[in-house]
Design a protein. Structure first.
Length: 94
């Protein structure tokens, strides 16, 4: 499943959650781009197609105040790959 970041346009082919083993994000789930570290929100269209959109101002405030996002961003800074970042984040949340 390839979905492009709405901020930088990077095509992200993997989507991993630090809170679960779910590989398919759902409507309203948050994402952080591996390339630019910008937040985004998953949306399922009326046709059932999953894509990312930029967060609203209210969502940005919510994302910024979520301690899980802080752990994820720190793990991304300390990692060479997305999978490594997910593993570090899961340790940080554990």
């Amino acid at each position: 499943m390839n979905i492009c970041c709405p901020s930088c346009g990077r095509e992200n082919e993997r989507h991993q959650s630090i809170e679960s083993d779910a590989l398919v994000p759902g409507d309203g789930d948050w994402a952080i781009c591996w390339a630019c570290a910008s937040p985004a929100v998953y949306v399922v269209s009326d046709l059932g197609v999953l894509h990312l959109r930029l967060p609203t101002d209210a969502e940005i405030l919510e994302i910024q105040s979520d301690p899980t996002i802080a752990v994820a961003l720190e793990s991304m800074r300390r990692s060479d790959t997305p999978s490594e970042a997910v593993a570090l984040a899961r340790e940080g949340l554990g």
